[in-house]
Design a protein around this ligand. Sequence first.
Ligand code: GLU
Length: 305
Amino acid sequence: MTVIAENWLDTLVDEVRPHLAAGSVSTYLPELSRARADELAVAVDLGGGNILTAGNSKARFTVQSVVKVFTLLLALHHRGEDHVFARVGRDQGIGSYNSLETFIRGSGVPVNPFVNAGALVVVDMLPGDGPQHRVADLLDFVRLLTGNAAVTVNEAVARSELALSDRNRALGYFLRSHRLITGDVEELLWAYCQMCAIEVDVVDLAHAGRVLADGVDVHLGGRLLQAWHVRLVRRLMLFGGMYEASGRYATEVGIPAKCGVSGAMMGVVPRCAGVGIYGPALDESANSIGGLRLMRLLAGALEIE
Ligand code: GLU
């Protein structure tokens, strides 16, 4: 790895900041629309307590679609690979992340666990009696992954999302009509909305990314994440983590990562680092402009092949 100067990350953030003006924050939830488009923060966790930050690293934000990485890991842990991938594909996305197209074409199951249809099927697989139990189990898992026991759900964002869930509700009932969801759709939606509304900062995401960076089994509380499952999830992140721009991201950047409409982004640099980014100015594919540019610069600095 290259030698890292102390102000290394600050330099990258300064280089990226002028580009934020080209984007706009998500407006589909009132809470997200209040984000500042000029906000940009990054944390890089190199392991062993060595964490670098730049920008407003204290800013808190909801994970949104980044949670799909955590729900998939938990589903693989509880249900195993065969069960999970009988119900959700491992293909590149088609159409937009919340469209029906993501499973009515092709194999008859949602294309991957990172489009909303796939994520709803994955959340439906998680064990537990009712939404509160499922959310509590996931929250416990996320607290261990982030190393932050104070991580919790932003209730206002969760309720707002539930009130504006027409598209996800439609997906949920459509999936149930195809028997890909077995439980109560309204309960599933409430669990999913709360999971998307888990609030973190960039250090939390960088820590979680670092935990997923090594090619070894991960023990978290009583849970065992098999090395193979973690590697599988990293590979899915690489080709499906950036909505429709995933293929381009994989070839241009090469760091497995997942973004969310809040401007959250978590990257996993295998055997090296976890990256957490918050950059709410989004491009037309709903990807964080600052996040994509920072990841590209990080890939160069960390000499990603
Ligand atoms: N909660 C959002 C939804 O399901 C997540 C969207 C995203 O971050 O991609 O619509």
